[in-house]
Write a protein that binds this ligand. Structure first.
Ligand code: URA
Length: 236
């Protein structure tokens, strides 16, 4: 069967078709001319093992990602932002509407509070690295399914390898559960130091929750003190 007919067949059946990145636009316009739905067409991903891992490859892979159905819901996928060699990495759950529109993690209302929290720790936002477990906006802001988390964790693992943070801050329950591979609620996870592949990790309440429950900010401030102390003096 001719390559073009085969691709057409697979795309019509909704089977995801990976095509070489350098031939993507030619194939896309051929299928478009034939009125074939393009939903299943995807650029071949670079293989990024530890040796050739770099930010450009990672960014391209995230930007073009179609590993799960959430991609259909996004304006854009968000890689992350900030100091790519930061000591501290903030990892949230998923971008929401504002982040999806503006193209940066934690730039909405809860992001503003998080930025204030970072400042209160003595840093500018640009000095830390901010990202999410899930790189695309999730429909109706629901929690991600375990399969969606698994697909996206591939990228986060690569980011962590590139940034090499001294510490990770899991922002909110979705991030804490995914990073620690647990079903335990945040109430049991916050207030102590965990480890993820030997990197110390502290889980804090999500700033969106703190906006609704400002009295809980004190608890979070204590968690942030633990982080600061740990960065300064190491983990006891
Ligand atoms: N915006 C993000 O980027 N992440 C969250 O977890 C919430 C809002």
């Amino acid at each position: 069967m001719k390559q073009r007919t085969r691709l057409k067949f697979l795309a019509i059946m909704g089977v995801e078709v990976w095509v070489p990145r350098d031939r993507y636009s030619v194939i896309e316009s051929e299928l478009r001319n034939d009125n074939v739905p393009l939903g299943a067409l995807a650029k071949e991903r670079y293989v990024a093992d530890n040796d050739d891992l770099n930010w450009q490859i990672l960014t391209d892979n995230v930007t073009d990602c179609r590993r799960c159905a959430i991609c259909q819901n996004r304006v854009q996928a968000l890689v992350g932002e900030g100091n790519s060699h930061a000591d501290l990495m903030f990892i949230g759950g998923a971008p929401d509407e504002t982040e999806d529109q503006l193209g940066g993690p934690f730039v909405g209302q809860s992001g503003q509070l998080l930025t204030e929290m970072i400042r209160a720790m003595g840093w500018a936002r640009e000095q830390v690295y901010l990202t999410n477990i899930i790189k695309c906006k999730i429909p109706e802001g629901r929690d991600p399914a375990p399969s969606e988390v698994n697909e996206c964790l591939v990228y986060l693992e690569q980011q962590i390898k590139l940034v090499q943070p001294k510490m990770i801050l899991a922002v909110g329950e979705v991030a804490a559960k995914a990073l620690l591979a647990t079903d335990s609620p945040l109430s049991q996870l916050s207030g102590k130091i965990h480890y993820r592949n030997e990197i110390p990790l502290v889980a804090i309440l999500h700033p969106a929750y703190l906006l609704r429950q400002p009295l809980e900010k004190r608890k979070t401030w204590l968690d942030l003190q633990v982080v600061l102390n740990c960065l300064k003096n190491g983990v006891n």
